[in-house]
Design a protein around this ligand. Structure first.
Ligand code: URA
Length: 248
């Protein structure tokens, strides 16, 4: 991306006073060899959906779902009460072989209407953040911890997260990203099983336990809309994302 373009995106993020530094392009070399056992991370949660009477996503004698089966299963999911209030499910979008996977919290109103993650105001800022490091939405994969909107955009409830966990796990296992960027406290809490705030988690590389995928944490773009003065920290986090992708 041209420096002028990047500068425009940084300006959109509100970081116009920062001096641009060159960074290595996110490598496009071949992705790491796909694991032969795709079901490697068919871990603990695959059968832990809440017991609403629906069959679990997997059984011992049934292979784990491929993309099309997973999409179908999510679109008709009734594992928790959010299925009664949603307009539609929001599965996820992007490159199914992405190096970088972004995981947010849950769909908001606009996402619920459009069926796509991060398409509201926060989503526009996320798109600008990605562009600032030379990535388009189509190059990465974007998903949420929850596939349905909690009414009034309230925080997800533990039983909703648990009911949805197998879907996100399966997405991660299918994509096998080289890095997960967890945006916001709810995403970080659930991906890292921690109560530490984002401010304590950002700035270093963690691991998503189920697949041992490197994971970094940054602030949610919706938080940045409320606290634009924190954008500089996110810009630093994004630089680390670029570095992490370059060194693996
Ligand atoms: N916030 C999120 O965490 N995810 C979305 O898809 C939209 C807003």
């Amino acid at each position: 991306m041209l420096d002028a373009q990047r500068k425009a995106y940084l300006t959109a993020m509100g970081i116009e006073t920062w001096r641009l530094r060159t960074h290595p392009d996110v490598p496009v070399e071949e992705k790491k060899q796909r694991l032969s056992d795709e079901n490697r991370s068919a871990h603990h949660s695959a059968n832990q959906a809440s017991n609403t009477g629906d069959p679990p996503m997997t059984t011992q004698d049934k292979p784990l779902p491929d993309w099309s089966e997973l999409i179908e299963t999510v679109s008709t999911c009734r594992q928790c009460a959010l299925s009664k209030t949603r307009t539609q499910t929001v599965f996820g979008v992007g490159n199914q072989q992405a190096d970088l996977m972004i995981v947010g919290e849950a769909p908001g109103g606009e996402e619920d209407r459009q069926g796509q993650p991060f398409v509201g105001r926060a989503g526009q800022l996320l798109t600008a953040m990605l562009k600032a490091i030379g990535l388009s939405r189509e190059q990465v994969y974007i998903a949420n911890v929850l596939k349905c909107r909690p009414p009034g955009n309230r925080d997800p409830m533990p039983q909703e997260v648990e009911a949805c966990r197998a879907y996100l796990d399966r997405q991660i296992a299918l994509i096998q990203p080289r890095l997960i960027l967890s945006v916001g406290g709810v995403s970080a809490k659930n991906l890292l099983q921690t109560d530490q705030p984002v401010g304590r988690l950002r700035g270093r590389t963690h691991q998503y336990a189920a697949t041992r995928t490197p994971l970094m944490v940054t602030y949610h773009p919706a938080y940045l809309l409320r606290r634009p003065e924190e954008k500089a920290k996110v810009w630093m986090d994004l630089q680390q994302v670029v570095q992490q992708l370059a060194i693996q």
